[in-house]
Design a protein around this ligand. Structure first.
Ligand SMILES: [Zn+2]
Ligand SMILES: [Zn+2]
Length: 270
């Protein structure tokens, strides 16, 4: 079974089966991290003479570029970006049609996500999704990231704000550490990537150094006008008010549309 990729593309050289993108994706496959996309079997594969062999050239009175090459190169690029996105295995290759809204709040959040996916990069704000644990916030945020990477072949990263995240960052200041001296590179990467998902953001247990680190990240993305999605178990209007003197909250309010998803825990049905 194959499903169309709903990529918008004004170039009509492809067929309607692939929604004029040249790419189709499998809708049923094991979520093991492999590529669920392939060249359209109607408008690309019949013209392919390279047999899908990288680097997609064939021999005919000299070396010729195969018709499939731009499409296969795009799929390869999307795959490379996806491999380095940091999305957890259980959330990989999940798309917006898989997100089941359970109540009015999650329906509104899904609509907001859908709008972003359709309009990107012409969206003026990111998303801050908050609500009690187990309401699918991580799921929805990684779905948006997956959709944006696979539709537009843009760089995206997922990070989860845990003790381990800060420890890794802190270890870049330790001379004996393998990652010594890389903190600015890591911070630069997170600050500059096209799309960033920051999962589990903003808890009051964060130390002043951690709060400052988060503020710097938020501020850098604000300054660079980069699209960011946050998730949090806490209402930002309450939990972020006292963090970094309210500076983080005011930045986030300018950068993001704040959306609540609260309700029953539905992680078991994932
Ligand atoms: Zn096609
Ligand atoms: Zn080919």
């Amino acid at each position: 079974m194959q499903k169309k990729v709903c990529e918008r593309n004004s170039d009509k050289k492809f067929c309607s089966f692939c929604d004029h993108t040249g790419i189709v994706r499998h809708s049923y496959f094991e979520h093991t991290g492999e590529m669920p996309m392939e060249p359209c079997p109607h408008c690309i594969v019949p013209h392919c003479r390279c047999g899908g062999e990288d680097p997609y050239y064939y021999f005919d009175d000299g070396i010729k570029e195969c018709y499939c090459r731009p499409i296969r190169m795009k799929i390869d690029l999307i795959n490379q970006i996806y491999q380095r996105s940091g999305i957890d295995k259980r959330y990989r290759w999940r798309f917006i049609n898989e997100y089941q809204s359970r109540n009015k709040m999650s329906e509104a959040a899904k609509l907001a996500a859908y709008e972003i996916i359709q309009k990107f990069p012409n969206v003026d704000k990111g998303l801050f999704i908050w609500g009690n644990p187990g309401t699918g916030k991580t799921f929805l945020s990684t779905i948006i990231l997956t959709e944006l990477i696979t539709r537009y072949a843009i760089e995206g990263r997922y990070i989860k704000i845990t003790r381990g995240f800060f420890n890794r960052l802190r270890s870049t200041f330790v001379e004996t550490s393998e990652t010594y001296g890389t903190s600015s590179a890591i911070e630069k990467e997170f600050a500059e990537v096209d799309v960033l998902v920051v999962d589990d953001f903003g808890t009051q247990r964060d130390s002043p150094w951690e709060q400052e680190t988060l503020y710097n990240l938020v501020d850098a993305r604000y300054e660079a006008e980069k699209f960011t999605i946050f998730t949090s178990n806490n209402n930002p209007h309450k939990s972020l008010t006292d963090i970094a003197g309210g500076r983080i909250l005011s930045r986030i309010k300018e950068m993001c549309r704040i959306v609540e998803i609260s309700g029953q825990d539905f992680r078991d049905s994932l």
